[in-house]
Unconditional design. Structure first.
Length: 96
């Protein structure tokens, strides 16, 4: 009986691992998205780097949406999408 309990606990831990990885992935994506957004705002219009920034931002947003959707599906995460203006929440000044 004890051996079965230990085996059951191991299976439960293994089952929770993907959720932890998805949560870490979502958090990392948010940092990447924030940095790319700031980079985009500080890059001069018409700069060739803007295309690279835009494609990277699109890929990061897609990955973040996928992770969030999978977490919501697993019912381990309350999925409540909300758009915010990060500049209004965290005032940051560049070039000062």
């Amino acid at each position: 009986m004890e051996r079965r309990l230990v085996q059951s606990q191991k299976l439960e831990a293994v089952g929770q691992l993907p959720v932890a990885l998805l949560m870490t992935s979502t958090t990392s994506s948010l940092v990447i998205i924030g940095n790319l957004d700031l980079l985009k705002d500080t890059t001069p219009a018409g700069s060739p780097e803007l295309d690279l920034i835009d494609s990277s931002l699109t890929a990061a947003l897609t990955g973040s949406e996928l992770s969030s959707g999978l977490l919501a599906f697993s019912r381990q995460y309350a999925f409540k999408p909300e758009t915010i203006d990060i500049k209004a929440v965290i005032p940051i000044r560049f070039g000062c």
